[in-house]
Design a protein around this ligand. Structure first.
Ligand SMILES: [Zn+2]
Ligand SMILES: [Zn+2]
Length: 296
């Protein structure tokens, strides 16, 4: 099983980190988790053919996890995709696609391109089959099994949010999605070969956000993540979904100023992340970055 991180940032426009998206590859078959901005282009950079991605798992419908869907769907249609992808997602996923493609945002584009016989022929690929994620086993083929667990990130009456465990060839990979530290992820991640987990803000940023009253509770601190990973006995850990606290870009720093102690924002905070995880977790820690690849 191979894991490719296509994006490692949180929701703001960050020139060094795409939004969330991960490709799991088993025996040459690709499975995509989330489709934040930059996902399709990053696949190209990593020599992963987006046309060959036929199963998509959306953990929740925050825009930093789905912003690339329109680009992915239409650009792979143009690259002569022949199979409509199957999309697994929370309630609201079918409606989101309904508003996006034919009859939605890209309706004129699709009708214009479908004038060409070649595009007309594979227009069916723009109608993905959408299946609802519920806790438990959500997908199984001859290569991989995927299990979902509910996490705690946004109010469920707005959107459910799921962590996912992929198992193949005796190896396991768990992705927490965005979440507070929850027992369900600890259970799902028990003994996993690799855990990629929300670690949106380091301690220094959390303390600042608490003081100024910006939301902090929907994510996991490095300290809590280290403790969770140690209890779960995961073999390697990737703190993930970085909230731009290492930014050096002046425009991004300007916009971060109300959210974070800007004098501390910069690559040094990555050291603080490691330090706080190390207070409990003694396995290998790999800081997330776009393009990071793991072979399990
Ligand atoms: Zn997010
Ligand atoms: Zn989110």
């Amino acid at each position: 099983m191979r894991i490719d991180l296509l994006g490692s940032g949180a929701a703001l426009p960050d020139p060094t980190r795409n939004h969330t998206s991960i490709i799991v590859t088993v025996a040459g078959h690709h499975y995509m988790i989330d489709a934040g901005h930059g996902a399709t282009l990053q696949m190209m950079r990593q020599n992963i053919d987006p046309v060959a991605v036929n199963n998509i798992f959306l953990t929740h419908l925050h825009y930093d996890h789905i912003a690339d869907l329109g680009f992915f769907m239409i650009s792979t249609w143009m690259c002569s995709r022949q199979v409509a992808p199957t999309v697994y997602g929370p309630g609201g996923t079918a409606e989101a696609f309904g508003h996006l493609l034919e009859g939605g945002v890209y309706d004129a584009d699709i009708r214009a391109r479908a004038q060409y016989p070649l595009r007309k022929k594979n227009r069916h690929v723009l109608k993905p089959e959408v299946r609802l994620i519920e806790p438990g086993v959500i997908f199984e083929d001859e290569r991989v099994r995927v299990t979902a667990a509910t996490v705690d990130h946004i109010p469920p009456e707005i959107c459910d949010c799921f962590a996912l465990r992929f198992e193949a060839d005796g190896k396991s990979f768990v992705y927490s999605s965005d979440t507070r530290p929850v027992a369900a992820v600890e259970e799902l991640a028990r003994g996993a070969d690799l855990l990629v987990h929300d670690c949106t803000f380091p301690r220094t940023a959390l303390e600042f956000r608490d003081k100024v009253g910006v939301g902090t509770s929907a994510h996991t601190s490095p300290f809590d993540l280290g403790a969770l990973a140690q209890r779960a006995g995961v073999k390697a850990l990737v703190p993930y979904h970085f909230g731009h606290f290492d930014a050096t870009n002046p425009v991004l720093r300007k916009h971060l100023a109300g959210h974070m102690p800007i004098e501390h924002v910069g690559p040094d905070l990555l050291e603080e992340v490691i330090e706080d995880i190390r207070k409990s977790y003694d396995g290998p820690v790999h800081l997330a970055r776009d393009g990071l690849r793991f072979d399990l």
